[in-house]
Design a binder for this molecule. Structure first.
Ligand code: BG6
Length: 283
């Protein structure tokens, strides 16, 4: 584990072991890159973003926490503050199988406390090996219960959004944010325009079949009951400004989380853990 700093002083943890290389920004405990040796990058990163204080990185794995989507009163930015706060490394170890495990802890500052006044630990454990594992653990240290929404807002790299297929949420109830309606998913997902669905009560693996890249990305998860699938397409990307030219064509977000009907309530002393494992298989 080594640390490098970007031009504006952002700290990036770099891992390069027997299996893969990866980089993680201390702001957000944000996994930016993951690439098993001999394979193409698994995560998508915008060519038009770079770590800057207080700004979320467009690509990789932003951590949405302690709410997902709009703030309940719309008083604060969507997806919470964890992705733009500084975290610190509280442990790192080389595992027997050659993987590297790093544990990050959120440093809540005054601004974050003003947005969410509860006492807790938030830890993010990243294990880089042949596969990538990200675990988010929330511990209630206070004397009252609280509720969280959360997501590992993962941007996956694909050959061409119009030639991939996402499976694993068939039959799941969803809220479609583009059309603002609730329905139930019928079959696998293919893309031909803006797509933004929050699937509830989902625990199956999700897979992205990418015939052109001859690979399948698998996302196996636990402690997560929601899956969000998102692609902004051309018009929304243009408004967003940090997607890069035609960036939307080579990414899809398949996010493991707990949101809407699946938000999590933690009693005092309780810990909630969710994790996702990202792996690549030949297709
Ligand atoms: C997705 C939401 O998870 O995140 C989208 O479903 C949203 O509606 C997207 O646009 C990106 O959010 P942000 O805050 O990173 O621009």
């Amino acid at each position: 584990l080594t640390f490098t700093a970007t031009d504006d002083g952002q700290q990036i943890a770099e891992i390069n072991n027997a299996h893969a290389k990866a980089s993680i920004a201390l702001q957000g405990a944000h996994v930016m890159t993951f690439q098993p040796h001999g394979e193409a990058p698994v995560l998508w990163m915008s060519e038009n973003t770079h770590p800057a204080p207080g700004k979320a990185i467009r690509g990789g794995i932003p951590v949405c926490w302690p709410w997902f989507g709009d703030h309940p009163d719309k008083a604060f930015p969507q997806h919470g503050f964890a992705r733009v706060q500084l975290w610190r490394v509280i442990g790192s170890e080389a595992l027997a199988d050659g993987s590297t495990r790093v544990v990050f802890e959120l440093q809540k500052n005054e601004a974050a406390r003003a947005q969410w006044p509860y006492s807790c630990h938030l830890r993010c454990t990243v294990t880089v090996g042949k596969t990538l594992t990200v675990e988010l653990a929330t511990e209630n240290l206070g004397e009252e219960a609280f509720t969280i929404g959360e997501a590992l807002h993962t941007y996956l790299a694909v050959s061409d959004i119009e030639h991939i297929r996402v499976s694993g949420v068939e039959e799941a109830p969803y809220w479609d944010k583009v059309r603002d309606l609730r329905s139930v998913q019928n079959g696998a997902i293919t893309f031909s325009g803006e797509f933004d669905r929050l699937f509830m009560n989902t625990s199956n693996d999700c897979v992205i079949d990418d015939a052109q890249f001859k690979r399948r990305i698998r996302i196996k998860k636990s402690g997560s009951s929601s899956t969000i699938v998102w692609n902004p397409w051309a018009e929304k990307s243009e408004k967003m400004g940090d997607m890069g030219k035609d960036g939307y064509r080579t990414m899809v977000c398949v996010e493991s989380g707990n949101a809407m009907d699946n938000i999590v309530t933690l009693a005092p002393g309780e810990t909630h853990k969710m994790h996702a494992i990202y792996s690549v298989e030949p297709l």
